[in-house]
Design a protein around this ligand. Structure first.
Ligand SMILES: [Zn+2]
Length: 290
């Protein structure tokens, strides 16, 4: 019997039953709609949650990519990133290849601005200039390490990490002999990438060192006689809340440092010195071991 046939033979009571059946079906439909809406809302929440998670991981990737693992910097420095209710913007000034004849002038400028810097010294230069190393340390700057020879072939072409680590241990010993403090933060000559691979980086970490590259390259070594170009470099690269600026103990750097400081300050940044107790990752490969 088709449904159509059945409709034709409906009695009054069967019509009444039909009404009740229709009523039940209507209730069922309402319930289905309610369940459907609930399920849709649930799925929507799940989707939203998922997209939020993706967004935050994308954001983290962005931070890590942009400022060399400053993502972990933000975590490690959670408390001090707020200052007077505002997000702190911090610059670490770093100076490589000293100490040398230009270093005292850099120290004078930093002192008059009440700024502590981070110096990555060559062991040989430290040995030749112990008074400068002492002054640097006494005035609150961080005495970082930058190898003994700065020789690309010696440091990177032997096929292993031994020469590199030996040079940094030697430099560490020299600085320790002068100031009685063993620095652990190093900077690889020419930067850590691409010449330092994953296993090499593990060896550096296992030797007890941390390694910083930089987020802003002032290219100061490139501009003798043209210090204004150094300022332009810093101006064009100063974008993130935490920046590590690469400079050198060079004459042109002493000529422009005050203006570099003035510019960075005018952009709302404070200056910090490397603090081993608040270490954060700043290397080109975002290697958390370093
Ligand atoms: Zn260097």
């Amino acid at each position: 019997m088709s449904k159509l046939d059945g409709r034709n033979v409906l009695s009054r009571s069967s019509r009444h039953r039909k009404k009740r059946t229709l009523g039940k079906m209507f209730m069922l439909l309402i319930m289905l709609v309610i369940i459907g809406v609930g399920a849709f809302a649930g799925v929507k929440m799940l989707l939203n949650g998922d997209s939020l998670a993706s967004a935050s991981s994308v954001r983290e990737d962005f931070v890590v990519t942009e400022v060399a693992a400053m993502g972990s910097a933000a975590k490690d420095k959670a408390a001090p990133t707020l200052y007077n209710g505002m997000k702190r913007k911090v610059v670490y000034l770093t100076f490589d290849d000293g100490p040398n004849v230009h270093t005292p002038q850099l120290l004078d400028i930093l002192k008059s601005n009440d700024i502590k810097g981070t110096f990555f010294m060559l062991g040989e230069n430290a040995k030749e200039n112990p008074e400068i190393v002492k002054r640097m340390y006494d005035e609150g700057h961080y005495p970082g390490l930058h190898s003994m020879t700065h020789d690309y072939a010696k440091l990177y072409k032997s096929g292993g990490s031994k020469n590199f680590i030996d040079e940094f241990k030697e430099a560490q010993g020299i600085v320790n002999d002068i100031i009685g403090y063993k620095p652990t933060l190093i900077r690889a000559p020419y930067g850590s990438a691409p010449q330092i691979g994953e296993e090499f980086r593990g060896d550096i970490a296992n030797a007890g060192f941390k390694m910083w590259d930089w987020t802003i390259d002032s290219y100061d070594w490139k501009y003798p006689g043209n210090p204004g170009a150094i300022l332009s470099q810093v101006q064009s690269q100063l974008t993130e809340d935490t920046e590590v600026v690469l400079m050198h103990d060079r004459e042109q750097t002493t000529q422009i440092l005050q203006q570099v400081i003035d510019y960075i300050r005018s952009e709302g940044y404070e200056f910090e010195v490397y603090n081993p107790d608040q270490h954060f990752v700043c290397n080109f490969r975002h290697d958390e071991r370093l």
